[in-house]
Design a protein around this ligand. Structure first.
Ligand SMILES: Nc1ncnc2c1ncn2[C@@H]1O[C@H](COP(=O)(O)OP(=O)(O)OP(=O)(O)O)[C@@H](O)[C@H]1O
Length: 239
């Protein structure tokens, strides 16, 4: 399941460039390489471009400079739909599609022309404490926290090799947060899923990651999480 993923000198222009001395770039010269299953915490102060970077990695936005390679193939020569099956993004604000919870769980498989794995769906619902929900319930009527977990499960059903998580537990209580963390750690261990996880919760970043990417002042630094959290550096930890 694991993929080799390369980020080469990625840059995004700042659409506010010029105003009040804003820099030309939101970020630039972002490089990193993932050659085996990893758990990456992506941290940094608000507005540094963490969500924008994740969206670019999933080809939901395009970089202005640089390249992305998945198993040696540039995004420029790749089919975005196939790319997003391997490099899947889970948005911070879960959007439910019209219909029932089950319709939502089946949607992504249907879009990607893949069979729906009902057994895995049921297992993930149970692991995230959602097995009490009636699958026929209208998805729109679910709570914010339920929607966030349903949207995560919807994406996990694709079995992506790289999972991009944008504050995946932001609307969850502690118990549900721990369930999501345990499930994702398990997917990493059992399926070799790489996690790239944006979080503002540094204790969570410490718990879930082996590498830490800090995005700050338009650039990105990489640390081993063990070293980073023993001796925090950079502005991000103070945000
Ligand atoms: N080309 C661009 N694409 C996206 N955002 C841009 C761009 N240029 C400037 N911006 C600004 O940069 C910020 C990027 O927001 P983004 O959500 O990516 O940051 P973030 O680090 O994830 O923030 P938060 O932690 O608050 O969610 C926004 O304020 C946006 O208006």
């Amino acid at each position: 399941m694991s993929a080799v993923f390369e980020i080469h000198n990625l840059a995004k222009f700042n659409w506010e460039a010029g105003a009040q001395g804003e820099s030309r770039y939101l970020f630039s010269r972002i490089s990193a390489e993932i050659t085996k299953p990893e758990r990456v915490a992506l941290i940094g102060a608000s507005g540094q471009g963490k969500s924008t970077l994740l969206r670019i990695l999933a080809l939901l936005d395009i970089p202005d400079e640089g390249d992305l390679l998945l198993n040696g193939a540039s995004f420029k020569n790749s089919n975005p739909r196939e790319w997003r099956m391997a490099v899947a993004y889970v948005a911070q604000q879960a959007v439910m599609l019209p219909g029932s919870i089950e319709d939502n769980l089946r949607t992504i498989s249907r879009l990607h022309g893949q069979p729906y794995d009902a057994a895995l769906g049921a297992q993930l619902m149970e692991q995230l404490g959602l097995d009490h929900l009636d699958l026929a319930k209208k998805a729109e009527d679910c709570s914010g926290g339920e929607k966030q977990r349903i949207s995560l499960i919807r994406t996990l059903l694709l079995r992506p090799s790289i999972l991009l998580l944008d504050e995946a537990t932001a609307s969850l209580d502690i118990d549900s947060t721990r369930k999501v963390e345990a499930l994702l750690m398990n997917r990493h261990k059992e399926e070799g899923t790489t996690l790239i996880w944006v979080t503002h919760d540094l204790e969570q970043a410490h718990r879930i990651s082996n590498r830490t990417w800090v995005i700050d002042k338009g650039g990105m630094q990489e640390y081993s999480s063990a070293a980073f959290f023993d001796q925090p550096v950079g502005g991000a930890v103070h945000s």
